[in-house]
Design a protein around this ligand. Sequence first.
Ligand code: HEC
Length: 148
Amino acid sequence: MTERITKNMARNIYFGGGLFAILVFAGLTMDTVHQIPKLSHDDKITESVAAGKQVWEDNDCVGCHTILGEGAYYAPELGNVFERRGNSDEATFKAYLSGWMAAQPLSEPGRRKMPQFHLSDKQVNDLADFLIWTSRVKNNEWPPNIEG
Ligand code: HEC
């Protein structure tokens, strides 16, 4: 005896499977949306973090750098620079960043140049707070190449 799938069965598999996939997709989407506040820890956005983002935008840092994988590929990823150059310590990172910003442009031949932005101490401090906050966004270790 040969078993055949009837048209009815095929239709039920098609619609049933489709509906099942849509429900799984909707459920996972709702779960992700639900988790975003916890993953982005946006409750920790202080005035200084917001001001640092403003400095970041006003000076178009993203025109050369990536942040969390987004941006230009001319210069290193900065979403994790707090861990890479600051050893995940706030005081170490702030000292590093103000030294770095003050020292630009480096005049080593053959090295890509970063401009001097003439930022105030407060602007550099705000930038550091913004980069520290960004580094703590839980983004599943993105980007995979840590220097971008
Ligand atoms: C014109 C392109 C350009 C712009 C705009 C730019 N940078 Fe850079 N930046 C670079 C380059 C190139 C390097 C790598 C330089 C080197 O290693 O000598 C760099 C390196 C850095 C580093 C060190 C990163 C590391 O991993 O060692 C930091 C921190 C940094 N930039 C911060 C900033 C900030 C903050 C801004 C915006 C205020 C900014 N950059 C804007 C080109 C740029």
